[in-house]
Design a protein around this ligand. Structure first.
Ligand code: SF4
Length: 218
């Protein structure tokens, strides 16, 4: 038998975030995450035993059947599972766009070329700022993006300082800022970004607008 991964769920929806927001997408949610972000909206996928073992070959067969233009590998924290890279390579060979969403707590060195990496930069309000592997900033290339989720004004000031210090958002790698649903008002964030002429993009979690903030598996 080939290598296996712990899978929490596989489902089809519209990609709700990133520069590919709005694209029909197959989501593969891997089980398990060592972080504990204060605002985590996928708590159900944090325990590693929240998922079932699935051979990578079977996963690829499921995705191939669905025939979506985009596949997102998310979690949990996908890179916490040893064979995630093998899954990503297999998905690329199916010919669809492949995105990987990761907390940024693991180095992305072994992520295959061609996978679009979405790295969360954890702001202080997440409670996990110390987990950021800033070496990852030098491992990004065109097609990748940075995401920062903000809980309040001080998170925003942190993000602004990071953008300035590391010259983020000025090349091929967009920076996308979003609010923690119900904690920071979207219009406030937009106003701050406009005032500061921040080289970043605002994003809403589109799926929460469409299906509601409590919906899971969409
Ligand atoms: S990294 Fe993601 S899955 Fe893990 S605790 Fe944070 S928000 Fe939740």
């Amino acid at each position: 038998m080939g290598n296996r991964l712990r899978i929490h769920e596989i489902y089809d929806s519209i990609q709700g975030e990133s520069t590919l927001a709005g694209v029909p997408c197959t989501f593969i949610r891997l089980a398990g995450c060592p972080l504990r972000c204060t605002y985590c909206d996928t708590l159900q996928a944090i325990p590693v035993d929240s998922g079932n073992w699935m051979p990578i070959a079977d996963l690829l067969a499921v995705v191939q059947k669905k025939q979506r233009p985009l596949v997102l590998v998310t979690g949990g924290e996908p890179l916490a599972q040893r064979h995630c890279g093998e899954l990503l390579s297999g998905l690329l060979s199916l010919g669809c766009d492949v995105q990987l969403e990761t907390s940024g707590a693991y180095l992305v060195t072994d992520v295959p070329n061609g996978v679009r990496k979405i790295i969360d930069l954890k702001a202080p309000g997440s409670g996990e700022v110390a987990r950021n592997r800033l070496e990852n900033l030098d491992l990004l290339s065109a097609g990748d993006e940075l995401k920062i989720v903000l809980t309040d004004r001080s998170d925003y000031l942190w993000a602004r300082a990071m953008i300035e210090e590391h010259q983020l958002g000025r090349g091929d790698i967009p920076v996308l800022l979003s609010v923690v649903w119900g904690k920071l008002k979207p219009d406030e964030l937009c106003q701050w970004m406009l005032e500061d002429r921040l080289p970043a993009r605002f994003q809403m979690q589109m799926h929460k607008v469409v299906w509601g903030s409590e919906a899971v598996g969409v």
